[in-house]
Design a protein around this ligand. Sequence first.
Ligand SMILES: *[C@@H]1O[C@H](CO)[C@@H](O)[C@H](O)[C@H]1NC(C)=O
Ligand SMILES: *[C@@H]1O[C@H](CO)[C@@H](O)[C@H](O)[C@H]1NC(C)=O
Ligand SMILES: *[C@@H]1O[C@H](CO)[C@@H](O)[C@H](O)[C@H]1NC(C)=O
Ligand SMILES: *[C@@H]1O[C@H](CO)[C@@H](O)[C@H](O)[C@H]1NC(C)=O
Ligand SMILES: *[C@@H]1O[C@H](CO)[C@@H](O)[C@H](O)[C@H]1NC(C)=O
Ligand SMILES: *[C@@H]1O[C@H](CO)[C@@H](O)[C@H](O)[C@H]1NC(C)=O
Ligand SMILES: [Zn+2]
Length: 517
Amino acid sequence: MKSRLVYHWLLYVASLVHILLVPFVLAGSILLEEGTVISFDDASQTPRILRNTSILITNDRITTIFDSSNPSDVPIPTDTERVPAQGKIISPGFIDTHKHGWQTAYKTIASNTTLAEYYIRYGEFSQAETVFTPEDIYLGQLVGIYEALNAGVTSILDHAHSTFSRETASASLNASMDGGVRMWWCYAFHDISNGFSLEDQIENFNELKKDERLGESTVEVGIAYDGFSTAAKEEVQSIMDLATTSNISALTIHYLGGPWPRFSANSPKLLHDLDFLNTSFPIVFSHSSFITPEDASLLRQTNQYISTTPESEMHYGHDHPTTPFIQDQAALGVDTHFTYSADIVTQARLWLQSTRLEFFRQTLNRWRIPRNSPMSVNQAFLLATRAGGLALRRPDVGVIRVGAKADIVVFDGSSPSMLGWTDPVAAVILHSNVGDVEHVLVNGKWRKRDRRLVLKEGLNMSRDEVEGKFLESAKRIQEVWMQTPLPDLEGEFEPGFGVPYADVDVEDVVRGNGTGY
Ligand SMILES: *[C@@H]1O[C@H](CO)[C@@H](O)[C@H](O)[C@H]1NC(C)=O
Ligand SMILES: *[C@@H]1O[C@H](CO)[C@@H](O)[C@H](O)[C@H]1NC(C)=O
Ligand SMILES: *[C@@H]1O[C@H](CO)[C@@H](O)[C@H](O)[C@H]1NC(C)=O
Ligand SMILES: *[C@@H]1O[C@H](CO)[C@@H](O)[C@H](O)[C@H]1NC(C)=O
Ligand SMILES: *[C@@H]1O[C@H](CO)[C@@H](O)[C@H](O)[C@H]1NC(C)=O
Ligand SMILES: *[C@@H]1O[C@H](CO)[C@@H](O)[C@H](O)[C@H]1NC(C)=O
Ligand SMILES: [Zn+2]
């Protein structure tokens, strides 16, 4: 009698536990079944292809990877969501290590701009600080994240220089948390003219960092700062002090070098001289176009990375002649996605093919015929994935292995562009397009399912509402820019540095004088 009671009592407790636990199991376990997985081989440091392989995801992590052709006793939790992946390519999510997400509203209005024009017309020191409202910043950041997720970009290092006021900074952080991407949100400290001083910015940063929602989100806070070479010593010191005492997850800096005076000194060498390169947090030097051998050696010694943004550096004319020599400490970025593609596969493809051209040409210029190719698709793939994780000192991001974060992209291997593949890495890098991205998971959560975006749970707007409001915002902003005359680029780029502006030959597809633009 007594034992029967105990038995009933146990059943009752078990049912309570079941009620409490099942929702988590339901929400947490996903099985991608019988796909081709691009994993990583530690011994050879190259992508490792696992065919007919299944991946079990529990909560935010990859918990099991197993060979489906060998019947095994891998325990699959009941209520696991089974997703067939036969014929599909399962890749780690792509990592964008340099982006300015707030600028989405400018889309297509700078299709032939240059870097000098960008600074004056579109950047953080332009009229943007007076035109963009907090809501504009929120909508641009959010819609920019959707563009990235749709393309399989699951991680973004955002150099957030829309910190024009407390409100625009808060709006940018809110959208980053609402977007559902993994983000290193790096608050930019800068000398803008509207009275929002450095002291205000530091106070604002300290406040935002305390936001309790961060703990539940996939957003971590970092710092962006370009003043190392130009600001007063005290200011630079205050930023370094803030960075070392704030438990930041990353610090990011624009660095060009070569003929670009303003950023020429924001180099690894300068930070090393300030005793601020061998830090406990990762530092990402975006572009690093004219990086020197000494800089490169310092990056290797301190395990810091550059972010090369191939399309940006070609579109604006930053160039990147020496970055191929530091690819072992490099990751890829997009930069200003309003001017071109936001997907990292395109960046990897552009970088691969332009790097091949550069090295082929060196041989051809010696009147020799190249017998081998200078760079492989495997290297481009690693730049687009694992290298981004390493740049952020996150070996659990950008790779498919047990224990890694479940940031995953599933390509439809039977799309018209991909059909017929044998090598999944070549299929992704050289043949895929954004339309072939069928599913995307970030932190074990669906962000794209069957080619449709899945908005983060709890967002109080539908996708139609977000996009409707964004279109109004973009239309208003674009009209302001259309009314603003293009800047006169006369004299020197930065007076006193001896680097004047000069004309570039314009190439035209129409014979004779043509149409110009
Ligand atoms: C995977 O292996 C299972 C078990 O051997 C087999 O039934 C299935 O056809 C295989 N799938 C593929 C895509 O090869
Ligand atoms: C870009 O093209 C427009 C015409 O569409 C032209 O007015 C403008 O000068 C061009 N800007 C640059 C930087 O080439
Ligand atoms: C950001 O979100 C928080 C919490 O919902 C809210 O209090 C704050 O006003 C938002 N910021 C802006 C600029 O809307
Ligand atoms: C530092 O930040 C990380 C997340 O980026 C967090 O896990 C850790 O607890 C923080 N440490 C301290 C001392 O606040
Ligand atoms: C960087 O700092 C670590 C200690 O934090 C030290 O072990 C290492 O030798 C330093 N590396 C360089 C290149 O200074
Ligand atoms: C071509 O351009 C030159 C220099 O601007 C000008 O002198 C000439 O008249 C133009 N020719 C035509 C056919 O437009
Ligand atoms: Zn940038």
